[in-house]
Design a protein around this ligand. Sequence first.
Ligand code: SAH
Ligand code: SF4
Ligand code: F3S
Length: 440
Amino acid sequence: MGTKKVYIETYGCQMNFYDTEILSGILSKTGHYEIIDEPTTADFILLNTCSVRENAETTVYNRIIQLKQYKKQNKNLLIGLVGCMAERLKDEVFNKSDLVKIVIGPDEYRRAPEILDNSLAGDIGVAVRLSRVETYEDIEPLRTHGLSAWLAIMRGCNHFCSYCVVPYTRGRERSRSLQSIVNEIEKLQLNGFKEVTLLGQNVNSYYDNSSNTTFPHLLRIIARAFPQIRIRYVTSHPLDLSDDLLYAMNEFDNICNYIHLPFQSGSNRILKLMNRGYTREHYIERIKQITKILQNFALSTDIIAGFPTETIEDHNETLNLMEEIHFDGAFMFKYSPREGTKSFKMLDDVREEEKIRRLNEIIALQNKHSKEKNQKEIGKIYEVLAEGPSKKNQIEWMGRTKHNKVVIFNNDKNLIHFGNQVNVLITKANSATLFGDVQD
Ligand code: SAH
Ligand code: SF4
Ligand code: F3S
């Protein structure tokens, strides 16, 4: 069999983007699969999918229909679904689309070469077993971006928020060994990477049994071992964000002072129905502690509008919590019922127009806060990691501060290169972006 070309398209969260690198690593290591970065000449097109909201799945179904055009060019083209939708729907996928011949869940990527081989012989392949132990820690991911790397240190989730499919598509929590993480960052450093983002659905509950390492402990070890590497992490859960973690962040300059801490709803009644396990008061207390321990930091969150039974009063409590905290940024969603979750059994009783109205109110308030917070950055100098030309033109470059804000700066003399750290004086800001001048 000659080399077959595989194109993988990724949807969903950062974990999926990392998994695409794992899957690419597994396939290319066989020597008879080559990963390519556009679909026209592909023998296989794999979509790495997300199930978190209905529209994430609709996007993928629409994409499958579009992929028919490639089938016209290459009638032997094979299409597969991998990731969370594959796990959620299993062989039901084949009833939904006759174009799809391969279904591989997030814990079965080691079997991908075998399944792809078999599909070449005409078989339909399904691998959707969830694992209690799989972390892929021995797999070398195939990375394309040379500056900032994803690194999943734990997988799965034990929280079972009532609206969420993730515990069903990703299985139970398990962590990689400390040593395997250190080894991987060492390789990243050798390959010129300047930033690593530690990933986990619930990253703060990282725990390596073999070395008794907690998440704050892990951060201290890698921050000390790799002072030249910026360290980020997502996502935190308000129940697992400990003071010790905040102290660890404060001890090291290279641990980025940015926290993503979803609150979901400002109403205690709704938080209880969501099975989030904390109250509004607990959340506010955590934020006070962050403010006390970290002097300068940025904070973002996730918010869901229109959960079942949410009243105007509940919604106002969400707005009110936003007013109390002033987040730098937020990911805001309207509630989407997911089959198999606990809240799916509840009546989805907030009308669609009302959900949209509430969501828009939340978005408008957040935009106001983002803008206000960004305006406060004017006059400050930040260390920015240069990522490359901005979307608009080649002269304006973009980069990020340690607190994860995007900064646009002038590079007309071409003195700044990919991966340089530059000091930038912020001179202008809108709700999404800071603008500034590079300091000599
Ligand atoms: N483990 C992370 C990410 C979960 S998914 C966490 O706990 O934060 C990312 C976000 O999607 C969630 O924080 C939540 O705000 C949103 N989300 C999850 N399920 C949803 C649903 N059924 N409807 C709408 N938003 C949802
Ligand atoms: Fe989903 Fe909750 Fe787990 Fe986040 S913590 S992945 S929202 S179940
Ligand atoms: Fe989506 Fe799966 Fe991530 S459901 S948000 S791709 S864990």
